[in-house]
Ligand binder design. Sequence first.
Ligand code: HEC
Ligand code: HEC
Length: 283
Amino acid sequence: MKHGLPFWAILLALIFSALALALIGAVSPALAQAGDGQAARYGAAIYAEFCQACHGPHGEAIAEGPAFQAIEFDAATARDVIAQGRDSAPGDGVAMPAYAQAAGGPLSEARLDQVIAYMATWETGDVPPLPAPNLHPKVEQVPDYFGDVQRGAALYATSCYGCHGAEGRGRVPPNFPGFAYNRETFRQVVSAGAGGPTMPGFGPEAGGPLSASDLEDLETYVASWSIEPPKAAPSPEGWSTFLVILGVLAVLAVGGYYGGGFSLSSAFGSENDSVVDDSGEQP
Ligand code: HEC
Ligand code: HEC
């Protein structure tokens, strides 16, 4: 077996890194010049993260339950409902949470404008695509769990991430809290709802959009949070692979792919794992 670093591997790694640096240079000014047309695109990322869980990708009803209803979009009232929340039928166990920072939610006034700009495109027809979920499980298999962890990550991104953040660490209490995974209660809570009006039941019995197998995939992903990812010991041959991977990661990072939440995060020029700044409790 040959030891040492093959020349081609070094060359490849250098080319990748140079490419990454060139991309950084090219992408930043392009973003800076972006005009108002970007508002709807940014709004699509916010909508994907916070709203599609209940209202579907384009404001359509996605299930029978009262939380998963269609939106009659009317720009004049929508901003107010989104900012302040709404509970027009207090007995029914579901309410629309308040998203404005002023009301204890995660969205600034500018972000509220952007999500309205996105929803307005449903009327005009030029609807930007929702960014794809961008959560990557640390492991491919979870011992004792039989769901599809990758699929579970996508379901978490589109159904839960907006309120509970990365790995259930929470965003802004009280309507966007963290939670600890508990195998005894998890499936029941997520299927039937958490008791308060803000978190609806996502399971089929509660009229939610997630099937029994969706719930199994979701639980498998949540259970994966506490697993230590396997560490590969770098061997002499391993170094060349390591350098090439480093180059690829640099390129992905520039594309805003590496992180979490939704892939438009880099469009906001932040290193966050999300489209909004949720780095702490709002005043
Ligand atoms: C937990 C589920 C849930 C989430 C998440 C959610 N909503 Fe709602 N939304 C509701 C419910 C329930 C109502 C009806 C409230 C009522 O009238 O009592 C509603 C009402 C609305 C309305 C008024 C609809 C109409 O036809 O008048 C708008 C607009 C709206 N939501 C937009 C959003 C946006 C934008 C987001 C993301 C920032 C969002 N919602 C997130 C559950 C949700
Ligand atoms: C609209 C915001 C919202 C969404 C979306 C949401 N939750 Fe929650 N969740 C809450 C709130 C608020 C609580 C605290 C209990 C309460 O007030 O109902 C909670 C509590 C929980 C708890 C802890 C319950 C307990 O008693 O220990 C778990 C587990 C949980 N959520 C999982 C999920 C999962 C999984 C999803 C996605 C399928 C999800 N949540 C989606 C708002 C949300």
